[in-house]
Design a protein around this ligand. Structure first.
Ligand SMILES: Nc1ncnc2c1ncn2[C@@H]1O[C@H](COP(=O)(O)OP(=O)(O)O)[C@@H](O)[C@H]1O
Ligand SMILES: [Mg+2]
Length: 282
């Protein structure tokens, strides 16, 4: 039973007009396995998950689900905005799954919002609600499209825990992400989607840099910590944060801080430059 698979994709081809997106893609997802799919914007990651979830019909190839159920988080989650989080859960889930969804919400520190209308939720809160709903139904296969987008570090850690628990029940999971920071802590295999096919992920020799951000207030440091949740962060003191990211990303990070009104950064110092491959590679 060990090698039994939960999902097999054979020779998937998908085009939108003249735009060939998937070009003979194959993938076997085994029981107890989490496959990570990384790839640049527009390479077809969402298209792939939509095909598996039966949200896209016009493609060529074969999707063998072996009768397994699938739950997925794809694109921006759609909820009824006038309903509270709890009402949405009741609307979307059968009775036996609701308590589990609420428990997951509570573990992501969102209890206070459970009885507020979803229209008042931030992007991250909507994402958390969607994650709770997907995991609560306990399907055979879960598909997650950028699950860590807009959620804070503690919740990201919790989502990783949910993924690992799910895998340990001999189920299968595919996580699409552009964030490879902690990918090894939950993926058994990492594949890249490029030119319409999946390949083994080779870590490139890009540099990773660590910067020390000193803020004027503790409040700003907290705001920055929340905003930059997808990066590797270390809180050095109440007002300083060590942030690790691929070199060249500093402008993006500054823009994001400005966007959340953290404009009074006292100092930004480059601490270290690391090689992403660690010391094993030549
Ligand atoms: N509904 C659609 N109609 C036409 N083109 C689409 C549609 N959805 C996606 N595409 C195109 O297909 C390519 C792959 O998109 P997508 O699967 O969303 O990639 P990713 O999730 O990797 O960013 C892109 O070039 C995108 O513009
Ligand atoms: Mg996408």
């Amino acid at each position: 039973m060990g090698n039994e698979y939960v999902l097999k994709l054979s020779s998937l081809f998908k085009s939108y007009g003249n735009n060939d997106v998937l070009c003979g893609l194959n993938l076997t997802l085994n029981r107890g396995e989490c496959v990570g799919v990384v790839g640049k914007n527009g390479t077809g990651k969402t298209t792939l998950l939509k095909i598996i979830s039966d949200l896209l019909r016009h493609y060529y190839g074969y999707v063998d689900l072996r009768g397994n159920s699938v739950a997925s988080l794809i694109d921006t989650p759609i909820f009824i905005n006038d309903f509270t989080g709890r009402d949405n859960i009741e609307y979307m889930l059968d009775k036996q799954f609701r308590d589990r969804a609420i428990e997951i919400i509570k573990n992501m520190n969102m209890t206070n919002y459970l009885d507020k209308p979803v229209g008042k939720y931030s992007q991250g809160m909507r994402q958390k609600l969607a994650i709770a709903i997907v995991f609560a139904t306990d399907p055979d296969i879960i598909l997650l499209d950028e699950p860590f987008n807009s959620i804070d570090i503690d919740s990201s850690e919790y989502v990783i825990k949910l993924i690992n628990e799910f895998k340990s029940k001999n189920k299968g999971i595919i996580v699409v992400t552009h964030n490879v920071t902690k990918i090894e802590s939950y993926c058994d295999r990492i594949l890249t989607l490029k030119n319409g096919v999946l390949n083994q992920f080779e870590k490139t020799l890009t540099d990773v840099q660590q910067y020390r951000f000193s803020f004027l207030s503790e409040q700003d440091a907290i705001m920055a910590q929340i905003e930059l949740g997808e990066y590797t962060l270390d809180k050095e003191s109440a007002k300083t944060l060590l942030v690790t990211f691929d070199s060249g990303n500093l402008p993006t990070i500054i823009k994001r801080l400005v966007h959340c009104n953290v404009t009074d950064v006292k100092e930004i110092n480059l601490e270290i430059t690391l090689n992403k491959c660690g010391d094993k590679d030549a």
